[in-house]
Design a protein around this ligand. Sequence first.
Ligand code: UD1
Length: 421
Amino acid sequence: MDKFIIDGGVPLRGTVTISGSKNAALPIMAATLLAPGVYRIKNVPRLRDVRTMAHLLRIIGAKVEFGDHALQIDTRHADFPEAPYELVKTMRASMYVLGPLLARWKRARVSLPGGCAWGPRPVDLHLRGMEKLGGRLELDRGYIVARARELTGAHIYLDVASVGATGNIMMAATLAEGTTIIENAAEEPEIVDLGHFLQQMGARIQGLGSKTIQIQGVTELHPADYTIIPDRIEAGTFLVAGLITGGTVTLTRCRPGHLQEVLAKLQEAGAELHVTEESISLKAAGEIRPTHVTTAVYPGYPTDMQAQWIALMSLARGSSVVTDTIYPDRFTHVPELQRLGADIILKNNSAFVRGVSQLKGAPVMSTDLRASASLVLAALAAAGRSEVLRVYHIDRGYERIEEKLQQLGARIQRVDDGKLY
Ligand code: UD1
């Protein structure tokens, strides 16, 4: 199992290119099931989650070939509408195949994902959405078995603006008879990107990026070529890396417009920013200022940047409160950050962080994707050597993070069983 060895304390300097968005790539890959044909997708990040989704598509019968940050997916012979437990339990986003499978085959067998390292993450809104569109769902040995004679447009109000449920319902509704309206829909850029891809396939969708999405069902979709948007969470993570190490970093091929709230918070915390249409330069200007953050749905501060912010605030000059309203249990990084010397008290869904003048290197263990990122960030700023164990979590969502950090001057190495790469 790989780990990172990090010798901290080096201010990062240089330029890094941002990869394509994981959370846009995954539903877009699932959407290729909606119409038989050959798709070419570009700006695909090289990540474990993308390989897992490719594996799932192959189980369903698609051919998937990887190029240089590109995918060719051939769904002409896909014929097995099932998502097995072994995959869904490792990646919840496998649920994204439910909508496309039900819409195209009128039947699907998709495992329920089960628990998650940071608390219950229900999929009830996905399931209720499918039922509203006319799906009949039952549970069989841990699997959702869905059937429909045909799908019919419906008015669906989401109690929570769920990203996954919005995407799943939107995909299923593209082939439903009549009009579907999703109220309190997710406005996240990844859902907008999925919507744009579906439009390229011939879907009729209005209201993307707003709380009300309207989908006029069509009888048939067709394959499309597409380029995925840059990953705003990878971008945000590298910006925090620049600030936490007191460095100067420039991100290229990113979409600053997708990071407004994160950029505002970074400025509040002491970053000097220079933004162009596709790049962001950050310069750490003096000490890190304590800055409260409360996560919210887009365009609010993303929950996927919460752990990284706590790492940053651990070194702020003063106290701050970081609250997660989306996932109240998503704090597995806190005890590990404490091992590096962070002063954090957890109460309900808030972390009360008192900045310390220095973190000290230590072995730490990551428990999920963004938690791993926060530990890497803290280790980059800590004095001395840290080991971040179980980096397979970080490989799910960050493309070659150690190589990108090395380019910025970080002393980080990937080690397998004691062997240096
Ligand atoms: C997606 C992202 C994940 C991010 C999250 C929130 C992907 C692959 N993953 O996850 O990185 O952290 O959005 O921005 O895109 N909920 C329900 N019932 C449901 C579904 C969700 O109650 O059926 C609740 C969840 O418990 C949570 C909230 O809705 O409190 C948001 O979850 P959701 O937006 O669905 O997250 P995901 O799509 O799973």
